[in-house]
Design a protein around this ligand. Structure first.
Ligand SMILES: Cc1cc2nc3c(=O)[nH]c(=O)nc-3n(C[C@H](O)[C@H](O)[C@H](O)COP(=O)(O)OP(=O)(O)OC[C@H]3O[C@@H](n4cnc5c(N)ncnc54)[C@H](O)[C@@H]3O)c2cc1C
Length: 133
């Protein structure tokens, strides 16, 4: 899991910047199976996806990573000076000697219904009253 990379880098006194298209850290365990039991983490007989995420976040806390959430990496270029240029969907730019890609199955995107006229409702949320009517 990408969050553990922050821990490994922290041991080398390297501070990490974590970019994720999700609005919160945790990848598949927090997004797809927060309540599912996990049995294959060394020294932990059983935990849920959320418990695993919370434990990893606690474990990396001392290393002070900076999180850039809700943004997708759209551009990665290896420059002539050896550094990497990285740009996100929010326009955030990075220059880094090293990048680690822990992209799992890729960035999560909602699968929208194929219905004419649906576009005008995107980025909107029905009120609680509308949802319960
Ligand atoms: C239902 C289910 C149950 C599972 N159960 C287990 C289990 O019990 N035990 C086990 O060992 N494994 C399990 N797995 C597999 C495990 O979840 C994955 O192997 C693990 O999450 C991979 O970790 P990762 O950090 O590489 O990727 P992920 O957890 O997929 O995280 C990748 C993150 O990168 C982000 N991302 C991707 N592309 C971009 C981009 N271009 N820009 C910005 N962000 C990006 C994504 O939004 C995501 O948050 C399960 C998987 C599923 C789907």
């Amino acid at each position: 899991m990408g969050l553990f990379q922050v821990f490994e880098l922290g041991l080398l006194e390297i501070k990490a910047h974590v970019i994720d298209s999700l609005a919160y850290p945790g990848g598949q365990p927090i997004e797809l199976y927060p309540d599912k039991p996990i049995y294959d983490i060394p020294a932990i007989p059983v935990c849920t996806g959320k418990e695993l995420t919370d434990a990893l976040l606690a474990q990396i806390k001392p290393f002070g990573a900076t999180f850039h959430l809700g943004q997708t990496v759209t551009e990665v270029q290896h420059r002539e000076d050896g550094r990497f240029f990285v740009k996100t969907s929010k326009g955030t730019e990075f220059l880094s000697k090293t990048i680690f890609i822990a992209a799992g199955v890729g960035a999560f995107e909602p699968r929208t219904l194929k219905i004419d006229g649906l576009d005008r409702f995107s980025e909107t949320q029905p009120s609680l009253q509308e949802r319960t009517c």
